[in-house]
Write a protein that binds this ligand. Structure first.
Ligand code: HEC
Length: 170
């Protein structure tokens, strides 16, 4: 085995390593308002599921530890600083073995509300962010996108801008 051969093999291994690392840990870009995607949201617990019949999607709202503790104690108006909600949305799909069962199909988006009354006073104390599809593309042309979120959440101002009611459990 010549030196040149070993050199080429090493180059190939390095290239493969870089490709693999990139594929596994492709970074998610921050939202246009600078919010970065909360890391461990997939491990959070449920606040409530929901279903929208106007656009045929299934949603699940998850909360971080602060959110879940507040929900269990019923201390949700206002939600405490440090609360973070993740809302995950899928298109409706009929279960292949039971067509009347509606299950999550194609993933639509993940969106977040982060309670920090000092940092986000202009939007009710909440930071908003959304990432689209499986590729997790940040939503919004510029930081002004939050007006769309905040605007639609304003009707529930009396409920601290939050629509979701924590599920009732035995
Ligand atoms: C057209 C109205 C509308 C807009 C625009 C909107 N939301 Fe919501 N949002 C809702 C409704 C209704 C719910 C609760 C029911 C549901 O979606 O299942 C909700 C729920 C949420 C929740 C779960 C907590 C809660 O309030 O119930 C998060 C997180 C959230 N939205 C984030 C966002 C973000 C981020 C944006 C902007 C990128 C946004 N929303 C824009 C209507 C809206």
């Amino acid at each position: 085995m010549g030196k040149r051969f070993l050199f080429i093999i090493s180059l190939l291994l390095i290239a493969a390593g870089i490709t693999l690392t990139y594929a596994v840990q492709k970074p998610v870009q921050p939202a246009p308002n600078g919010i970065t995607m909360p890391e461990s949201y997939k491990d959070w617990r449920i606040i409530a599921p929901s279903h929208r019949s106007d656009n045929n999607t299934i949603r699940v709202v998850l909360g971080n530890t602060t959110a879940v503790q507040a929900a269990r104690k019923g201390k949700t108006n206002p939600w405490p600083d440090g609360t973070v909600f993740a809302k995950l949305v899928w298109k409706n799909k009929a279960h292949e073995n039971w067509p009347t069962a509606t299950i999550p199909g194609e993933f639509v988006h993940a969106e977040f509300m982060i309670k920090d009354s000092k940092k986000y006073p202009a939007t009710g104390g909440w930071g908003f962010a959304r990432w689209l599809g499986m590729e997790q593309k940040p939503y919004g042309k510029d930081a002004g996108f939050v007006q769309e979120c905040f605007g639609c959440h304003t009707p529930v101002k009396e409920n601290d801008y939050v629509f979701t009611h924590p599920v009732v459990m035995p």
